[in-house]
Design a protein around this ligand. Structure first.
Ligand code: CA
Length: 224
């Protein structure tokens, strides 16, 4: 899952980026509205955290532009104070949630998880595919109840597929959603990660759809 943070505060921005990265997200940080708008228009994110008070272009304008461009990723707006008018304006402009500063990082992460879950159509924070379970709160993966250790990249890939269970996900889509913009993207590494995940979780966990990409099969709930 890939997140865009648009935040100009010099400590808060990088701090959020590293916290979210430790929580298993690929994260890009923009420090002004112009750059933030550009990234949100051109890259593919699973959610954005958007500050309202930003240099060059303000947060509400950024959000309004994204929505007019039909960018549909969920947006969590950060308001400088607990101002009801900021919240109303944010929600009117197409925000999906908001949080007033100062906030607890845990609350931000919990809200972000919920936004991503809802936008991908998952009701529970524990995702299931066959015998595989992924707890989005703890970042733990189990196979038939047994804990399985995945690397950060393997987790990102599996998490994206599990959020989109029953759909065919192309290699390009995976690359766009598991790497941040600074990462040296190589589509061959996706194949390597898939192979490693299959070794850890069983060959049948991820199905290759020739020429299209990958899909997670759930024998109890085939999506037709
Ligand atoms: Ca600000």
């Amino acid at each position: 899952m890939r997140i865009l943070i648009v935040e100009d505060e010099p400590t808060l921005g990088p701090q959020l980026k590293s916290t979210l990265e430790s929580a298993g997200y690929a994260v890009d940080l923009a420090t002004d509205g112009e750059d933030g708008h550009f990234l949100g228009s051109t890259e593919n994110y699973d959610a954005a955290i958007l500050d309202l008070g930003l240099p060059i272009v303000d947060g509400l304008t950024v959000l309004d532009r994204w929505r007019k461009e039909d960018r549909k990723f969920p947006v969590l707006v950060l308001t400088a104070r607990d101002s009801w008018s900021d919240k109303v304006a944010g929600l009117d402009a197409g925000a999906d949630d908001y949080l007033a500063k100062p906030f607890q990082t845990e609350e931000l992460i919990a809200r972000l998880r919920a936004l991503i879950r809802r936008s991908s159509g998952n009701a529970s924070s524990e995702l299931e595919a066959g015998d595989v379970r992924l707890d989005t709160r703890s970042g733990k993966v189990t196979l038939a109840g047994e804990s399985v250790k995945l690397t950060a990249q393997e987790y990102k890939l599996l998490s994206y597929l599990m959020h989109h269970k029953g759909k065919v996900v192309s290699r390009t889509e995976l690359i766009e959603h598991i790497y941040d913009q600074d990462f040296d993207r190589d589509s061959n590494t996706i194949e390597v990660f898939v192979t490693r995940i299959r070794k850890k979780l069983g060959a049948e966990t991820i199905t290759t759809i020739r020429g299209l990409g990958y899909s997670l099969e759930d024998p109890e709930n085939i999506d037709n």
